[in-house]
Design a binder for this molecule. Structure first.
Ligand SMILES: NC(=O)c1ccc[n+]([C@@H]2O[C@H](COP(=O)([O-])OP(=O)(O)OC[C@H]3O[C@@H](n4cnc5c(N)ncnc54)[C@H](O)[C@@H]3O)[C@@H](O)[C@H]2O)c1
Ligand SMILES: [Zn+2]
Length: 386
């Protein structure tokens, strides 16, 4: 495994510039070895000389160190801070630590906060960057598949409160997101599969995104690419299709966020499968990870849509086969209480009286209805009969 920075030539810089009424701008660089370009990317947009680099204990000697070296070689005075691993870093204690470090390192508004890690780290980093000196530049280097295709893109930041996840946060668009596919090679299999859960979701919303934004699908839909891969050679960090899959997901998310940065309407398509997913995560005390829960939620949404006559059994069965072959569950774990899950759904943010605003898959795969009104009793019936 190379953690060194002697690469960069293969980087495919998408340079997607999002422009909206509020002048949201973000660039995304994607490629094998993209980390090697972080110095020049920073120089393009920043006059600053100092960087605070946040990373995690698992990454401090690998990808965190690589990014640190490239920044130092590029002339940036870099201070590395390792925050606690995973969800534990999304706390007010971390925020205080980051703010304090930025102040001690004398970061001013021309300087940059860099985060090298998973979605939990990019969430807290974005929050810190958006609030320090009323907002400084951030660059995110997502190192999990889930963060590369989802969490690091789109500007939502947050920390957890004792009462629940992501209860405090801001919208803050990173200056740049640098996605290096090499980082996936050290990722545990379970984390890779968690990312796959979100990727499959994108396959089920691609046509709706293409209809409502300037996103242009490739010659083969993501659904086709994925079904061939998952039912064929299988999914791994080395899959030759991986780079193309990540780019498709990033482009979709950028297109949606560019059109609806603050989750008015269209951005809700990204929540496909999430109503049940959040309830499953909570009912299993987060033993089921986010991406794993999204896969389960997606199957549930397809079943619900099939019952309502807008989707079909054959495609639902194919989805289950794709997930099962990859090693992802498609059913709620037996240990999770159905009553707790129903309770979780009933507390969903999208609840309106005895209905929930639900993203419903439609035929053919790729389209969704954004505002289907589903009775909570319909969820209950399907969950209890499952
Ligand atoms: N802001 C958003 O739009 C958004 C969207 C989805 C999820 N999220 C948030 O993202 C978080 C989940 O993110 P995640 O799935 O990336 O999990 P994570 O950030 O908890 O990381 C998972 C684990 O992988 C390790 N890791 C990271 N990169 C590695 C690598 N390259 N090699 C080896 N180990 C590595 C981490 O140390 C951690 O233990 C949740 O907090 C969720 O709320 C945010
Ligand atoms: Zn998600």
């Amino acid at each position: 495994m190379r953690f060194h920075s002697s690469y960069g030539h293969k980087t495919d810089v998408i340079n997607v510039l999002m422009r909206t009424e509020v002048a949201v701008k973000s660039r995304v660089a994607v490629g094998e070895g993209a980390i090697g370009n972080i110095g020049s990317i920073l120089k393009q947009s920043s006059a600053g000389e100092r960087v605070v680099l946040l990373t995690q204990p698992t990454l401090v000697e690998t990808w965190g160190a690589t990014v640190g070296e490239v920044l130092t070689e590029s002339g940036y005075e870099t201070t590395i801070v390792a925050l606690p691993d995973g969800e534990e870093c999304k706390s007010h204690e971390s925020l205080l630590r980051i703010w304090t470090q930025m102040q001690e390192s004398k970061l001013d508004r021309s300087d940059t906060l860099v985060a090298v890690g998973g979605g939990a780290l990019s969430d807290v980093a974005g929050f810190a960057a958006s609030t320090y000196l009323r907002g400084i530049r951030s660059v995110i280097v997502p190192t999990t598949l889930l963060a590369q295709v989802d969490a690091a893109i789109g500007g939502k930041t947050g920390i957890n409160l004792p009462a629940g996840k992501n209860l405090a946060g801001t919208f803050h668009f990173p200056d740049c997101v640098i996605i290096d596919t090499e980082t996936l090679k050290t990722l545990p299999k379970r984390e890779l599969l968690s990312g796959l859960g979100e990727i499959v979701k994108y396959a089920y919303i691609e046509s709706t995104i293409a209809e409502q934004t300037d996103y242009q699908p490739g010659p083969r839909t993501l659904y086709r690419v994925l079904s061939e891969l998952l039912l064929g050679e299988g999914f791994s960090a080395d899959s030759s299709a991986m780079l193309g899959i990540i780019i498709a997901c990033v482009k979709m998310k950028m297109a949606v966020v560019g059109k609806d940065p603050y989750e008015g309407e269209l951005r809700r398509c990204l929540n496909l499968g999430h109503t049940l997913a959040h309830a499953v995560e909570k009912a299993t005390a987060y033993q089921v990870s986010h991406g794993e829960a999204v896969a389960i939620g997606l199957v549930f949404a397809c079943r619900l849509a099939t019952d309502r006559g807008v989707f079909n059994q054959e495609d639902t069965d194919k989805l289950v086969e794709m997930l099962t072959k990859s090693g992802l569950a498609s059913e709620i774990p037996e240990s999770a209480s159905v009553d707790l899950i129903i309770k979780g759904i009933a507390f969903d943010k999208k609840r309106q009286g005895d209905h929930i605003k639900f993203v419903l898959p439609l035929r053919p795969v790729g389209s969704v209805e954004l505002n289907a009104q589903i009775k909570i009793s319909d969820f209950e019936e399907l969950l209890k009969n499952d």
